[in-house]
Structures are given as structure tokens and as C-alpha cells.
Design a protein around this ligand. Structure first.
Ligand code: NAP
Ligand code: MG
Length: 462
């Protein structure tokens, strides 16, 4: 890992959360170094924006191909650095490849309008913004980075990317692969360092035209306020407290067997985690019975093993935060297993019955802790699901199609699934209602978030 050490400067250690061993040392960039990279990106932007759409597409496709041939290496980096299970990490590296390929198809298709007007025509252009600053959290370092940089680059922007301090390795490797693919020097830059120095500089530096932030609602709202000073464009993907709503008419055994995957995947460190399970009262006990065997059977352990379903939490700090939601005397209905010894382990934990005012019901935990609450009818289910400042994701389990549609329309959330827990497909839009964010990522319209519309009138009369 020594190759990540650029030159003598302040550094921080990178820890394997499953073993607590140090696996590398990465530069912590200063304000001056951050400014230098932003200036370099601003310069590179001037030529990148002029690269023909077809050539930009070809370079992004080459980048995607290199990610594909390095899929296993990237996945192994994420297992070691973030404790992701190997099967998840392979999916994540594959997702970066797919996102790059999808947006590699976009540059030639990002066309404007021609609008007939009296005395000539109006034509519109999608102009790139300039340097786009992308700030990424530690929970899904690779996919979240690519949801920003792939459409940003496709639209003709230069990118400065700041991974979370504790999970920088995969982003650094992607930066190397971009260069190897032939992207011009300065177009795609990875800057490691702390949020308050490197990340905040994206907000204050006048040559960063947009900030694309994924992380906590707390930091996100400060970034939005900071961006207001320069009327800087901003996209925010923030926290969640999503509901998994289970109606009595569904196959309860099946819904119970699928519920752990909806909340404990990535050890619950998922903004889309269905961390509130709402169950129709008539089947509440029956659900808990089946859910108990699913939770105790959930395989927690060495993330390198393909049979493992859940690894450790990302850091000791995160484990302490999660533990605070399960204090002495907490209403634990049942818990799964986890390894003892080194590693930031926490077992899958189910809280029930639990008061609706409990912190664990109201706040995002970002760990493998779920609350189970009963509801009376459809209206009650929608009202409980919406009783949160968040609105990111959620699931609805019912055999009744009309009810599925009514409840899906009733829940104030950006991404819902019926009889499934999947939230993310790169070709469909993703983002949050309410305090879960502003703007959308992925899907066919993502380039619009990385460009401004220019309207030009051409007179036919002079
Ligand atoms: P976080 O503390 O908000 O940090 C996210 C990123 O912002 C990190 O790179 C962090 O850098 C940086 N940062 C921190 N303070 C900053 C500042 N003052 N200015 C600029 N950047 C700053 O969030 P986290 O603890 O990493 O991640 C967990 C949160 O992310 C959860 O709330 C989760 O719901 C949310 N999340 C949302 C989505 C979504 O798509 N909606 C996806 C994933 C995660 P350093 O940590 O390196 O200092
Ligand atoms: Mg943080």
C-alpha cells in the first residue's frame, strides 16, 4: 500500500474493520494542496469540454473496461478497507463499470432543442458547469463516487473527488484506472483528506461550480447553506429511516425471511436500510416468530467468505454510535450472532415492542438495529411510515395491487419497492424526499444535473 503515499506530508492510517490491522497510509491533503488540484482541474476542464462527444464516450468506455478487468482487485480493496462482504463488493465494482458504460452512451445523445420563434430560431445547449466537487461517505465508497463522476464527466465537467477519510483506497485506485484509460491529466482527480478541510474547500472555492454530496443530513444542510454564498449548484443524498410495511395479506413467512436483507445488508450502514418494520397487527406475532429464525440464521463473519451475509461495522466510532441505541434495558426481542475478538462487530438486533418516541425509532442508526412496530390499517401504516423527517426508501409487501399502488403513492419517499427490497438500478432515478436530500442521481436525466441550459436566438432577418 506504500504507493498511496505521495510524498512526505500529513497522513492517516487505513484500518481493516474486520481485523483492526493497519493496511495502509494515505495522504491527508492541506488546503493549499486542495487548491492546487482544483486549479489543475479548472485548467483541464477548458480542454475536456472541447473533446468531441464521441471521443469522450470512447474514453469513458475504456475506463469502464478497465474497471471490469480490475473488478476483483477493486472488490478486494473494499473488503479490506470497509469490511464489505466479498459478494457485495463484487457487485459494487460491477456497478461502477455499469454506471460508466451507461453514461458513456450519453455524450452524443445530450442534445438540446430547436424552438421555432418569429424572425429566427432558438436553440438550446447543455453546457457543462466546470469543476464538480464530489464528496463521498464511507458506506458505499465505489458506487456513490461513480454516480457522481460518471455523469459529471460525460457532460463535459472536470471532477475533484473526496472519498471519506477512512475508506479512500478504492477511489484512489479508480483515479489511477481513469488515467490508464486515457482520460487527460487533471480531468478526474481524487483528493484524500478530511471533510472539514478538503470537502469544505469544494464549497468555498470559486472554481468549483457544483457540489455533489452524499452523507449525513447534518453535514449536508451545512453544505447547502455554504453553497448559497456563491449560488453554487448542489445535489444532496442524505440519511434515511425507511419503512418496510408488511400487510397481513402477504406471505408472512416469505416477508419475514426477506426482511433481514432489507436492513442488515452492509451491516445496516445503508441509507436505504429498512430500519423500521411496520407489521399489520393481526400478523404481528406470527411475523416476529418467523423473523426470529431469519435473524438468528443471518450469517455474520469474515467478509472474505462468499457465504457471509454481513461483515463488521466500518469503525470503532460507528460501533459506539450503534451501541448507544441499545443501552442496558433496551427492549431487545432477539439478536443474531457475531464474532468476538478483533473487528468492529455488532450482532443483528431487533427491538420490540418499542415506544414510538424511542431514539431508535426516530433516528437513523446506520447499523444492524431494527425496530418492529404494529399498525392497524392502510391509513395508519402510511401515517407511521411518514412520521419521520426522512424520505429516502421503503418497501411494501402485499398481494393486493391496488393497495400496493395506494400505499406507494401515500408514502413520501423517493424510492419504493413492492414485494422486494431493491432500491437502486443505475438506469432509474435515485434520491430523497424531505430531509433525505435534494436532486436525483442515476437514470436517464442525470446529465441535466451536471449542466446548465443555454438558450440562443439566431435571427433569420439580418
Ligand atoms: P458524513 O459525516 O456526513 O460524511 C460524508 C462525507 O462528507 C465524508 O467524505 C466526510 O469526510 C465529508 N465531510 C464531513 N464534514 C464535512 C464538511 N464540513 N464539509 C465538507 N465535507 C465534509 O457522513 P458519513 O458519516 O460518512 O456517512 C453516513 C451518512 O451518510 C448517513 O447519515 C447516511 O444516511 C448518509 N448516506 C446517504 C446516502 C444517500 O444516497 N442518500 C448514501 C450513503 C450514505 P470525512 O469523513 O473524511 O471527514
Ligand atoms: Mg461522519
Amino acid at each position: 500500500m506504500a504507493r498511496f503515499r505521495a510524498r512526505p506530508m500529513s497522513t492517516f492510517d487505513v484500518i481493516n474493520p474486520a481485523t483492526e490491522s493497519t493496511i495502509g497510509s494515505v495522504a491527508s491533503h492541506s488546503l493549499e494542496e486542495t487548491d492546487r488540484v482544483i486549479e489543475k482541474a479548472a485548467l483541464a476542464f477548458e480542454s475536456w469540454r472541447k473533446v468531441s462527444p464521441g471521443d469522450r464516450a470512447r474514453l469513458l468506455r475504456r475506463f469502464a473496461d478497465l474497471v471490469d478487468t480490475h473488478q476483483e482487485e477493486l472488490a478486494q480493496l473494499e473488503v479490506a478497507n470497509a469490511g464489505h462482504t466479498i459478494s457485495n463488493a463484487r457487485w459494487e465494482a460491477g456497478n461502477v463499470r455499469d454506471v460508466l458504460n451507461y453514461y458513456a452512451g450519453a455524450p452524443e445523445r445530450h442534445s438540446g432543442l430547436q424552438i421555432p420563434v418569429e424572425g429566427g430560431i432558438n436553440v438550446t445547449f447543455h453546457e457543462p458547469l466546470g469543476v464538480v466537487g464530489i464528496i463521498v461517505p464511507w458506506n458505499f465508497p465505489m458506487p456513490i463516487a461513480s454516480w457522481g463522476f460518471a455523469p459529471a464527466l460525460a457532460a463535459g465537467n472536470a471532477v475533484v473527488l473526496k472519498p471519506a477519510e477512512i475508506t479512500p483506497l478504492s477511489a484512489l485506485r479508480l483515479g489511477e484506472l481513469a488515467l490508464e484509460a486515457g482520460l487527460p491529466e487533471g480531468v478526474f482527480n481524487v483528493i484524500t483528506g478530511s471533510g472539514s478541510i478538503v470537502g469544505w474547500r469544494f464549497v468555498t472555492h470559486e472554481k468549483v461550480a457544483k457540489v455533489c454530496f452524499t452523507g449525513s443530513t447534518d453535514v449536508g444542510s451545512r453544505i447547502m447553506a455554504g453553497c448559497a454564498d456563491q449560488v453554487k449548484r448542489v445535489t444532496l443524498e442524505l440519511g434515511g429511516k425507511s419503512a418496510n410495511v408488511i400487510f397481513a395479506d402477504t406471505d408472512i413467512e416469505m416477508a419475514a425471511s426477506r426482511a433481514p436483507g432489507g436492513v442488515f445488508d452492509n451491516a445496516g450502514q445503508d441509507c436505504c436500510a429498512r430500519s423500521r418494520i411496520l407489521v399489520e397487527r393481526s400478523v404481528y406475532e406470527k411475523f416476529l416468530e418467523h423473523f426470529e429464525s431469519a435473524v438468528t440464521g443471518f450469517v455474520v463473519g469474515d467478509p472474505q467468505l462468499e457465504t457471509t451475509e454481513m461483515g463488521p461495522l466500518v469503525s470503532d466510532e460507528q460501533r459506539r454510535i450503534v451501541e448507544s441505541y441499545v443501552p442496558e434495558g433496551a427492549p431487545i426481542a432477539f439478536q443474531g450472532n457475531c464474532p468476538t475478538g478483533p473487528g468492529f462487530w455488532f450482532p443483528p438486533t431487533v427491538l420490540a415492542p418499542v415506544s414510538p418516541t424511542d431514539r431508535a425509532v426516530r433516528e437513523e442508526i446506520f447499523g444492524p438495529v431494527v425496530v418492529v412496530l404494529p399498525f392497524e390499517d392502510e391509513a395508519d401504516a402510511i401515517s407511521i411510515a411518514n412520521n419521520t423527517p426522512f424520505g429516502l426508501s421503503g418497501s411494501i409487501w402485499t398481494e393486493n395491487l391496488g393497495r400496493a399502488l395506494r400505499v406507494a403513492r401515500g408514502i413520501d419517499s423517493g424510492n419504493l419497492s413492492v414485494n422486494s427490497h431493491s432500491s437502486v438500478r443505475y438506469w432509474t432515478p435515485f434520491g430523497g424526499f424531505k430531509q433525505s436530500g435534494i436532486g436525483r442521481e442515476l437514470g436517464p436525466d442525470a446529465l441535466d444535473a451536471f449542466s446548465d441550459v443555454k438558450n440562443v436566438f439566431i435571427s433569420s432577418e439580418s
